[in-house]
Each structure stands twice: as C-alpha cells, then as structure tokens.
Design a binder for this molecule. Structure first.
Ligand SMILES: Nc1nc2c(ncn2[C@@H]2O[C@H](COP(=O)(O)OP(=O)(O)OP(=O)(O)O)[C@@H](O)[C@H]2O)c(=O)[nH]1
Ligand SMILES: [Mg+2]
Length: 266
C-alpha cells in the first residue's frame, strides 16, 4: 500500500486549494529568498520519482513573531480559517495551527506557532522558538516603530535557532489602512531592512485578504524545497536501497515523522 493511501486513512485528503504544482513568485524581486522561476531541479526530480528522502510525511515549524497587535493572529486566521476579527484579543503565550499542503505531489505540513507580542507573555512565547525552520517577523505597515522592533524580534528568535538554516520572512500587515503614498514610504524602509537581514518581504491585508494566500503558498513552497534538499543531502551518503521511498509502509512513516519533531513540541 502506498503511503499516500495509508496517510489518507488517518487524515482526510489535502484540500484542493492547498495543492502547489508550481513555485509561487516573490512579492518583490529585490527582497526575495531566491528568484528562480521554478522549484530546484533536484527537488522536482525527487518528487517525480517519489524519492524525497526518508520521510513521506514532511513538516516544517514556522514561528510568527512581532510587536503586540500588529496582526499576527489575524494573518494566520485569514489563511487557515478564512476569517477576520476586527476586535483585538491578545494572544496569551502561544497559539498553534497545523496547515496541510501537497507540494509537487508530496504531502507537506506547516506547524504555525502564533506567538504573543505582549511583553509580559514574551518569556512563555520564546520557549516555543526552538527548532524553527522558518521565522516570520510581522510588523504593521502603519506603525514605523513596529518595523524598527523587527531586529529585536529576529535576534530573540535566532538565539534559539541556527541562523544559517532558518528562512526569514518580513511581513507588513494592514495594507488596507495605508494610503499609496504612506505605503511606498514604509516599503522603502522595509525593503532595506529585508535585504540587510536576508529576509523575503511581503505586504498583506488580513482584512481584505490581499496577498495572504500568495504569501503562505510561497512560504510553504520554499520551506518544502529546503526540507527536501536537506533530506536528499542526508540520503546522498546512503545506499539507494537504504532510502525509504514514499510508497513504503505506514509504520515507517510515523516512526520517521516522530523523530523529526522538535523537542519542544513533544
Ligand atoms: N484594518 C486592518 N486591521 C487589522 C489587520 N490585521 C489585524 N488587524 C487588527 O489589528 C488588531 C490586532 O490584531 P491581532 O492579529 O490580534 O494582533 P497580534 O499581532 O496577534 O497581537 P498579539 O497577539 O497581542 O501579539 C485587531 O483589532 C485586528 O482586527 C488588517 O490587515 N487590516
Ligand atoms: Mg495574536
């Protein structure tokens, strides 16, 4: 029995609108993690041959950080639940969402950790930073101070992670509230910072939904690509016969997916 079939018996199939077949493009070419038109060839070939590494069940951990009330929870809720709440309810400590995709025919999940921006919850929230493959720093496009604080959020997030392997996104929210003139002013500063910290820049509105889906699809695609490349690198040193293919047994699937979990999530 193939793993895809066996995982379906545990989980419902991936939603049709979570299927990614082509690499989504960045929001701004000048502040992008990379600007290739398509997925890495090695990744595409591995997916076609169902040779994406030792785990068929791939997960990346994403932490979402930034000042209080910049719109972290709304951003996640717009994407995961297609909902928007105009009333502010502070996140206490941390919230968690799991979002499932299928990228190049391979099941892939994002663990989204929505952390609290309020100072008094920061020490609880920061205990969840460890083991992140992706860090999303959120700021409010109408509040220049929140952009300025992004460096501190980054520093805190990187204390718990390997800075060389983390993918960074800098996301400006509440685009609906800024005039074109105000927007282009803050965008210049945001682009400068994004380039400096090697982050990919996005501007979104959770109220209207502008760019929200595009952003998460891009994030999922880049996280998937990095995840598969790392697996291929690891499995490169093994014999071909040692590689557990996607169509291996379901017991292997869960044994290996468990091993991949960061300590803080157990
Ligand atoms: N107009 C507009 N308002 C937004 C948008 N995103 C968030 N808001 C509002 O901003 C406020 C704060 O949003 P949250 O998502 O709760 O902020 P947060 O960053 O999660 O805050 P903490 O959990 O305290 O860190 C709420 O009143 C939202 O309705 C947006 O895109 N446009
Ligand atoms: Mg929140």
């Amino acid at each position: 029995m193939s793993i895809r079939v066996s995982s379906m018996s545990v989980l419902p199939p991936v939603r049709r609108d979570r299927i990614i077949a082509h690499l989504p493009q960045p929001f701004r070419q000048e502040a992008a993690l990379h600007i290739t038109n398509d997925f890495n060839n090695k990744v595409k070939t591995a997916c076609q041959e169902q040779r994406t590494g030792t785990v068929g069940f791939k997960i990346s951990k994403v932490i979402v950080v930034g000042d209080l009330a910049v719109g972290k929870t709304c951003l996640i809720n717009r994407f995961c639940k297609d909902a928007f709440d105009k009333n502010y309810k502070a996140t206490i400590g941390v919230d968690f969402e799991m979002e499932r995709f299928e990228v190049l025919g391979v099941p892939f999940s994002l663990q989204l950790w929505d952390t609290a921006g309020q100072e008094r919850f920061k020490c609880i929230a920061s205990t969840y930073y460890r083991g992140a493959q992706v860090v999303v720093i959120v700021f409010d496009l109408n509040d220049i101070a929140s952009l300025g604080h992004s460096r501190q959020w980054l520093e805190d997030a990187l204390k718990e992670n390997d800075p060389t392997s983390v993918q960074l996104f800098l996301v400006g929210t509440k685009k609906d509230l800024s005039s074109p003139a105000q927007y282009s002013q803050i965008e210049q500063d945001a682009l400068r910072l994004a380039k400096e910290i090697h982050a990919e820049y996005w501007a979104v509105s959770s109220l209207t939904g502008e760019n929200v889906r595009e952003f998460f699809f891009r994030l999922a695609s880049l996280a998937f690509e990095t995840n598969v490349l790392a697996e291929l690198e690891k499995s490169g040193s093994r014999q071909i016969g040692d590689v557990v293919r996607i169509n291996s047994t379901s017991s292997n699937l869960y044994a290996s997916s468990k091993k991949k979990q960061p300590n803080c999530c157990q």
